[in-house]
Write a protein that binds this ligand. Sequence first.
Ligand SMILES: *[C@@H]1O[C@H](CO)[C@@H](O)[C@H](O)[C@H]1NC(C)=O
Ligand SMILES: *[C@@H]1O[C@H](CO)[C@@H](O)[C@H](O)[C@H]1NC(C)=O
Length: 254
Amino acid sequence: MSGWVLYCVVFAAAAKSCYAFCQFSPDLWCSSPEISHKCQVSSQCEGWNCLSHVDAKPVDLVIYYESDCEECSDLFENQLDFAYKEVAEIINLQLVPYGTTTEEFDGDTWKFTCKNGLNQCTRNIIQACTIHFAMNISVQFPFIKCIMTSTGSPELVTQTCASKFKGIDWAKIIQCSKERQGIELEHQLALLTEALQPPTDVYPVVTLNGDRVDDIQGKTGAELVKLICQNYQGPLPYGCRNETSNPSHSCHSA
Ligand SMILES: *[C@@H]1O[C@H](CO)[C@@H](O)[C@H](O)[C@H]1NC(C)=O
Ligand SMILES: *[C@@H]1O[C@H](CO)[C@@H](O)[C@H](O)[C@H]1NC(C)=O
């Protein structure tokens, strides 16, 4: 009982001194060493001051994959979904639905061949069109995840998934997939996939800031998030809360 009373007195005294010397709103507490000292948060702000002024680039996360590929849909449903929910704001996501497709120029256009037939190619091209029209990750990722984890004819799946999200014009996507625009977009993805070093015929492949992530299928979502956070140079968002002790994020230089 007396311990509780003493705690209250000490706490009230601390709060009073805080009130007297720290007349700054919390968003300013780490803005200078003087203010963090006055607000008694110097140790908490260590390693934060310099970083909060860095205009850090998001981490480039590129996913090479294809439709009708179970390992690819697993990746969307597990690791990528987890990373998207935790750290979407520091990811620059690029989706490359092409995989083991091959292409051939037949005089005036590209012809694609897919292991599992025409529908597999159509599903890839529909995704290429979706990505083109829905650049915003907060629309693009959930929509593509829906397509990758649904079964049915390509058009039906597109229509059903589009009905779950605002602002997706499925008719425009289907039209694109049947026209030259869809072929051209898919051809650009072919070039990106063929540029992968070393070449592979096993998908999905994931790169972070250009480096291939080893054994992505063997990693958990939390392990992917860890890699993303470690590759990010700016102040870490809440999704990186497991990574606070990363030495590359402390502020000793300059
Ligand atoms: C993406 O779209 C969402 C929802 O429409 C919006 O809140 C957000 O600001 C957009 N982000 C960008 C980077 O445009
Ligand atoms: C943090 O680490 C724990 C234990 O490894 C893990 O279960 C959790 O998913 C992680 N959270 C994030 C956001 O990475």
